[in-house]
Design a protein around this ligand. Structure first.
Ligand SMILES: Nc1ncnc2c1ncn2[C@@H]1O[C@H](COP(=O)(O)OP(=O)(O)OP(=O)(O)O)[C@@H](O)[C@H]1O
Ligand SMILES: [Mg+2]
Length: 249
């Protein structure tokens, strides 16, 4: 049975996209059939994977123009998985769909039509908790939350957990928070203190494989390949491989 996992954090630049892409690539290397949905108007995942390529249909067309999900799926040989790309027009969906009944469940409906083909669907969310992220949450059974540990991280996580709780009470949808992924980790006292505080104060698992701050992870985006292809023996590639194993169970 396929599962749908969203990667969320309303804070920008915490490695949601980097984590989505590299976990998807590791899972596909593990033999899983993976679909990555880019649900961010910035389209960072789409650009990282495909460069400047243009698409006939994107997730925007699926949500707004009722294009069938299967028409908006493209495979990437280098990454080993399928992608539903994004485009900047997505930034207008909150307003475009404001009067649309059932607007919170459009992504779920779309994913339901294709998910039997996949072991897992991973949704890379934008840094917001608006309609797009609500669509991701309602389509998902599980979420993972990447954080770059810093002083402000705790408040951010609390806000996400509140949003998820509100969906449970408001729309009756239960999502399991699988855990927190520590990204861009540097072994410093101040960072370790924040991680300890997250462990002590937030009742959510912190995955034991941290992703180190590692230049290969960043360079891989520019080469349009996952880090496990760009620099297989780098610390970043090894950490993403180990995290992906930890996440799969
Ligand atoms: N482990 C890492 N080591 C070094 N650089 C990293 C690492 N992870 C992510 N980065 C870099 O940090 C920046 C932000 O990462 P990314 O785009 O994945 O974050 P994001 O949470 O998806 O951002 P946004 O909120 O804008 O969608 C990128 O330039 C990326 O290359
Ligand atoms: Mg992103």
């Amino acid at each position: 049975m396929s599962k749908v996992v969203s990667v969320i954090n309303q804070k920008g630049g915490v490695a949601k996209t980097t984590t989505s892409i590299n976990v998807a690539a590791s899972w596909s290397k593990m033999g899983k059939k993976v679909l990555l949905v880019d649900l961010d108007p910035q389209s960072s995942a789409t650009h990282s994977i495909f460069g400047e390529r243009e698409f006939e249909s994107t997730v925007y067309d699926v949500l707004v123009n009722r294009v069938e999900a299967k028409q908006a799926i493209y495979s990437s040989k280098d990454f080993g998985f399928d992608v539903m790309p994004a485009e900047i027009l997505l930034s207008g969906v909150d307003i475009q769909l404001a009067a649309h009944y059932g607007r919170e469940r459009l992504l779920k409906k779309a994913i339901d039509t294709v998910k039997r083909k996949y072991d897992v669907v991973i949704v890379d969310c934008s840094p917001s908790l608006g309609l797009l992220t609500v669509n991701a949450l309602l389509a998902s059974k599980e979420v993972i939350i990447p954080i770059c540990p810093e002083y402000f991280s705790l408040k951010g996580i609390e806000l996400i957990l509140d949003t998820i709780n509100n969906l449970r009470t408001g729309l009756g949808h239960k999502v399991e928070v699988r855990g927190i992924v520590i990204t861009r980790y540097r072994n410093r006292k101040i960072t370790n203190d924040v991680i300890q505080k997250v462990r002590d104060e937030i009742g959510v698992k912190v995955f034991s494989n941290y992703i180190p701050d590692n230049i290969s992870v960043e360079e891989a985006h520019h080469r349009h390949v996952p880090v496990n292809k760009y620099a297989p023996s780098s610390k970043g590639a090894k950490a993403y491989a180990a995290l992906s194993e930890e996440l799969w169970v």
